[in-house]
Write a protein that binds this ligand. Structure first.
Ligand code: CAA
Length: 470
């Protein structure tokens, strides 16, 4: 199909971004909103996003005018009649989407492809609500749509042969990389991403570590572009909670139970960027307490010892703080267990550790040039607990036959800006390290979803260090 005129219904953050993506690719777009106020918000999104590109010199004023000139904004759905493709990006409610698809089905020409940008609802159920189930697909973009390079193209058991690859070709024309998948809750990205984000909320709720410390650990320790709480605020806490609910409905897995703390934020109307406040954006925390550690003993961390010695700290037999390498016995109220990952220093504190020692350790690690992440001494601390469980989910997804390793890696790199895909991260961390870390997590929590995926276990047992790829 030529796809010369595309309709976008719903011009919130995602819909407006999708309209921009099509217009940038030279395709005419009719953007539809329910009322004038919502339409004005959509226009504002488009103006701001293209304005930002203009300011950065990425677009000339003439190019920007051309892009905006390709977009017709209206409150009338009649303009969609002759569209070759209509994508909906309305709120994530099945009843709302079914009503819209039923209307579009009656309105649009028979050849129009109806697509949903749903992040987790059943594309098959939407297809079945129309008289053209063979011409209904999922076309899932990522926030911010003009920036993220992935489109998940979702076909169902009733999609016409060839349509999925036509939509994948269209995604390429938009400058995106398509990953084609079957209709399963959360597709690839949300099925992997959301449980990881939810897990971060659980660690916060359990007091394992603070919000900013968890964000820092995952950005600086793993190289992710945003911390989990920053990303939740971008996605929207209500959307995140809804996706978790849909995942749980389908899987009944303990890993998919929405965190009660996440629900509380949603109930309180703190939805993230869209409402001005979510995990971030509230009143600033008070000044961190100060501690004055003057003397220190460092055990099993030669580089840290050198850096502290260079900063003038002398090794002492009766120190204010004892910093020990991971695995060494925490032992006394002055002892803090340190695990260094890149520039992040996780500071594990036990029930024995004195608050003075934690504050002292935090300041010493800052002086030594690390980003300290104080946390409770739990299996995997923050980074391995979140990352290994996330990577295990990816292995489980591959093992279930839902998606190929290359597609899972590409989806997380392009959809979420990961520096490497889950399998690449797994191989660079070491399969045995991740398997053993998962065993420790499982032994502590007894949560079935934390048990190493059988394939991971088998590869380690067979002495392999890479996943088999075709
Ligand atoms: N709209 C348009 N353009 C935007 C933008 C927005 N909202 N935000 C950033 N940009 C552009 C900037 O203009 C800039 O463009 P150029 O490179 O052409 O100059 C580029 O993006 C990089 O922006 P910045 O340098 O300002 O910021 P950054 O380097 O911190 O990157 C980011 C910002 C691209 C958002 C990056 O932090 C990132 O990749 N984050 C991960 C986002 C993610 O995971 N998204 C998926 C969420 S899941 C989802 O959406 C699916 C769902 O169903 C819930």
């Amino acid at each position: 199909m030529a796809f010369e005129l595309v309709g976008v219904v719903g011009l919130g953050t995602m819909g407006a971004g999708i309209a921009e993506v099509f217009a940038r690719a030279g395709i005419r777009v009719t953007g539809v909103e329910a009322d004038e106020q919502a339409l004005a918000r959509g226009r504002d999104h488009l103006d701001r996003s293209t304005g930002r590109a203009l300011q950065k010199g990425k677009l000339t004023p003439a190019e920007r005018a051309e892009i905006l000139g390709r977009v017709t904004l209206t409150t009338s759905r009649a303009g969609l009649r002759d569209a070759d493709l209509v994508i909906e990006a309305v709120p994530e409610r099945m009843d709302v989407k079914v009503a819209l698809f039923t209307e579009l089905d009656g309105l649009c020409k028979p050849s129009t492809v109806l697509a949903t940008n749903t992040s987790s609802l059943s594309v098959t159920a939407l297809a079945a609500a129309t008289a053209r189930p063979d011409r209904v697909v999922g076309m899932h973009f990522f926030n911010p749509a003009p920036v993220m390079g992935l489109v998940e193209v979702v076909g169902t058991v009733v999609t016409a042969p060839g349509l999925v690859s036509e939509i994948a070709d269209l995604a390429v024309r938009l400058g995106k990389t398509p990953v084609t998948v079957g209709d399963r809750a959360g597709f690839v990205v949300n099925r992997l991403l959301l449980p990881y984000l939810n897990h971060a909320v659980t660690l916060l709720d359990q007091g394992v570590a603070g919000r900013d410390d968890i964000d820092n650990a995952m950005k600086l320790g793993v190289g992710l572009p945003m911390g989990p709480f920053e990303l939740l605020d971008l996605i929207g806490l209500d959307t995140a909670c809804e996706i978790m609910g849909v995942l749980f409905e389908e899987s009944r897995s303990d890993r998919h139970v929405p965190s009660p703390l996440l629900r509380s934020y949603v109930d309180a109307g703190l939805l993230g960027r869209k409402s001005g406040r979510g995990f971030h954006g509230g009143p600033a925390d008070g000044q961190p307490e100060k501690a004055a550690a003057r003397t220190v003993r460092v055990v099993g961390l030669p580089e840290l010892a050198d850096r502290l010695a260079a900063a003038g700290f002398k090794d002492s037999d009766d120190p204010d703080v004892i910093l020990v390498a991971g695995g060494a016995d925490p032992g006394s109220p002055k002892t803090v267990r340190v695990q260094l990952t890149g520039q992040v220093a996780q500071l594990a504190t036990s029930v024995l550790t004195a608050q003075e020692a934690v504050l002292g350790a935090r300041d010493l690690l800052k002086i030594a040039g690390y980003t300290p992440v104080p946390c409770r001494d739990r299996a995997g601390l923050v980074i391995d607990a979140l990352l290994f469980a996330h990577l295990n989910d990816a292995v489980g997804m591959y093992e279930s036959g839902y998606a190929a390793i290359g597609d899972i890696d590409a989806a997380m790199r392009l959809g979420c800006g990961y520096p490497a895909g889950p399998f690449e991260l797994l191989e660079s961390a070491g399969l045995a390290t991740v398997r053993d870390g998962l065993r420790a997590l499982y032994a502590e929590r007894r949560s079935p979803s934390l048990a190493p995926a059988p394939l991971l276990d088998h590869l380690v047992t067979a002495g392999l260090t890479r996943f088999p790829r075709p």
